[in-house]
Design a protein around this ligand. Structure first.
Ligand code: TYD
Length: 213
């Protein structure tokens, strides 16, 4: 049997990492074989690329360079970690994937969603997520949550203006229309328990649907 590839998306401070880890724990307790991973990163080479992209000192980074680096990190991570796990029949939960590039680089940075999709098509070579949970929140609220969380590192993209984060959200909303069957919206402004319940329902539904085939 082939596994399931689930991705989690949303703006900064939507709480997706907290929720994804709760979902992971629940699935593991049910005896399912699950892998948690994140982008950019997840494996050595991609973590190295991540530190170049997110380094606050790299202010001269060109937008296309940034998009290509994300795509390069994505490729290596897929080949080394995601694909082998899916082939073993595991459930892969990935914190950010293709849609982050489309929303951040394609839409918010203005490189064009089609252009960014083209370089990513080359990188992912047909491997799209089975399902994507999009955590929707007003960016002001998201950024406010981040500033309350002292443990979280502040990266180069967190330092972007509020306007940029508004655009990221608009980008995700467009992607929901483009991929209505794949992307499901979760209202991340609710309590952790409510968001978790909603996310868990979607994940269970997807798993059941795949196993019934
Ligand atoms: P990270 O610290 O993982 O943020 P978060 O906890 O919000 O996921 O940093 C990842 C940053 O990289 C985040 O600001 C979103 C951005 N990003 C892109 O712009 N494009 C991409 O393709 C990916 C994967 C991430």
């Amino acid at each position: 049997m082939r596994g399931i590839f689930l991705t989690v998306e949303g703006p900064e401070g939507a709480g997706k990492t907290t929720i994804i880890k709760m979902v992971l724990e629940r699935l593991a307790n049910e005896g399912k074989e699950v892998v948690y991973t994140r982008e950019p990163g997840g494996i050595r080479i991609a973590e190295q690329i991540r530190s170049i992209i997110l380094n606050p000192e790299n202010i001269e980074m060109d937008s296309r360079t940034e998009a290509l680096l994300y795509a390069a990190a994505r490729r290596q991570h897929l080949v080394e970690k995601v694909i082998p796990a899916i082939e073993k029949g595991m459930i892969v939960l990935c914190d950010r994937f293709l849609d982050s590039s489309l929303a951040y680089q394609g839409f918010a940075r203005g490189l064009g969603v089609e252009e960014v999709l083209t370089i990513n098509d080359f990188a992912i070579n047909g491997l799209m997520p089975t399902k994507t949970l999009y955590f929707d929140i007003d960016p002001k609220e998201g950024l406010n949550r981040i500033s309350l969380n002292e443990e979280r590192e502040i990266n180069r993209l967190d330092l972007e203006k509020a306007e940029f984060h508004e655009k990221v959200r608009e980008g995700y909303h467009q992607l929901m229309q483009r991929y209505p069957d794949r992307i499901v919206k979760i209202d991340a402004s609710k309590t952790i328990q409510e968001v978790y319940d909603e996310a868990m329902n979607e994940v269970q539904y997807t798993i059941n649907k795949i196993s019934d085939r």
